[in-house]
Write a protein that binds this ligand. Structure first.
Ligand code: T3D
Length: 258
C-alpha cells in the first residue's frame, strides 16, 4: 500500500519504517505524505496503542532528499507548508505514544522528526546532526520549537549553529534521547519498550501527551484548568477503574486501552 515506508502492526504496536535505505531514508514528497497517512491510520485503529518510528538500513533519516532540490529555484516556504508542516503536526495530533527508534544517523528534518516523537531511543551506533546550517538553512520541521524545549536554548543554539554531529552517548547526556541500547539488540530493545507502552492506559497516555504539550504554551492557571478537564476524561476510562481495582486487590492491572 505504501511505496516509501513500511507499516506493520503487532502486539498493539504500529511500526512505521522509513524505507529508502540506499538514500539514508531521505524524505521525498511521497514519504512525507505516507508518514502523515500512516500516523492517521494508527490513530484511528483501536488495536494500535503505541507507534514505533524507525528507519531501514544504516540510517534513521538524512533529512530532505537533496537530489530533489539541487536544481535551485525552490519555493522553500511553500515546500515546508505543503509537505513537512502537516506531517509534523500529525505527530502532535496523534493521541498515542510515538517512540522514535533512532537506529543510525538522524540529520536535518530527520532529526526534527525524531524530536517530534514523544520518546527517543537510540542505538549506540546512532548520531544526530542538525545539518541545516551546513547547507545555509534554518532548522525546520519543528526543529526551532522542539530542540530548545528538550535541551534548553543554550545547547539548541550550539547544535543548530555549528551543525556538528553528536553521538548517541552525548545525546543521552544532554537529554536529547531517553535511552541508548547496543546496536546488535537495538530493534528488540526498542520493540520491548514500545510493547510496554502499548500495555499501559492508552487513553490516559493520549491525554498526558495533549495536556503536557499544551502546558508548554500556557500559564499556570490555564494549565491547572486544562489538567482538571483532562482528569475528568481520564477518570471516566475503564483503565482508570481497572488501575484502582487492581491496586485495592493487590494484583497487577490489566489495561485494555479503553
Ligand atoms: O529544500 C529544502 O532543502 C528545504 C527542506 C529542508 C529540510 C532538510 O532536511 S535540510 C537538511 C538536509 N539534509 C542534509 O543536509 C544532510 C546531508 N547528509 C549528510 O550530511 C550526511 O550524508 C549524513 C551526516 C546524513 C551521513 O553521513 P555519512 O558520512 O554517514 O554518509 P554519506 O556517505 O554522506 O551518505 C550515505 C549515502 O546517503 C550517500 O549516497 P551514496 O554516495 O552512497 O550513493 C549520500 O549521498 C546519501 N545521502 C545522505 N544524505 C542524503 C543523501 N542523499 C540524498 N539526500 C540526503 N539528504
Amino acid at each position: 500500500m505504501y511505496e516509501t515506508i513500511l507499516y506493520e502492526v503487532s502486539e498493539g504496536v504500529a511500526v512505521i519504517t522509513m524505507n529508502r535505505p540506499e538514500k539514508f531514508n531521505a524524505f521525498t514528497e511521497q514519504m512525507n505524505k505516507e508518514i502523515t497517512d500512516a500516523l492517521k491510520q494508527a490513530q484511528k485503529s483501536p488495536e494500535v496503542r503505541c507507534i514505533l518510528f524507525t528507519g531501514a538500513g544504516r540510517a534513521f533519516n538524512a533529512g530532505q532528499d537533496l537530489g530533489d532540490v539541487s536544481g535551485g529555484n525552490v519555493d522553500f516556504g511553500g515546500f515546508l507548508r505543503k509537505r513537512y508542516n502537516p506531517m509534523i503536526l500529525q505527530f502532535q495530533k496523534t493521541e498515542k505514544p510515538i517512540v522514535a527508534a533512532i537506529n543510525g544517523v538522524a540529520a536535518g528534518a530527520g532529526m526534527s522528526v525524531a524530536l517530534a516523537c514523544d520518546i527517543r531511543l537510540a542505538s549506540d551506533k546512532a548520531s544526530l546532526v542538525n545539518a541545516f546550517v551546513n547547507i545555509g538553512l534554518v532548522p525546520d520541521s519543528g526543529g526551532c520549537y522542539f530542540l530548545p524545549r528538550i535541551v534548553g536554548i543554550g545547547k539548541a543554539l550550539e547544535l543548530a549553529m555549528t551543525g556538528e554531529k553528536i553521538s548517541a552517548e552525548e545525546a543521552l547526556r544532554i537529554g536529547l534521547v531517553n535511552q541508548v541500547y547496543p546496536a546488535d539488540s537495538f530493534q528488540e530493545a526498542a520493540m520491548a519498550y514500545a510493547r510496554k507502552l502499548a500495555s499501559l492506559p492508552t487513553r490516559g497516555i493520549g491525554l498526558i501527551k495533549r495536556t503536557m504539550y499544551k502546558g508548554l504554551e500556557m500559564g499556570l492557571e490555564e494549565t491547572l484548568e486544562y489538567e482538571a478537564f483532562a482528569q475528568d476524561a481520564a477518570g471516566s476510562t475503564e483503565d482508570h477503574k481497572e488501575g484502582v481495582t487492581a491496586f485495592m486487590e493487590k494484583r497487577a492491572p490489566r489495561f485494555t486501552g479503553q
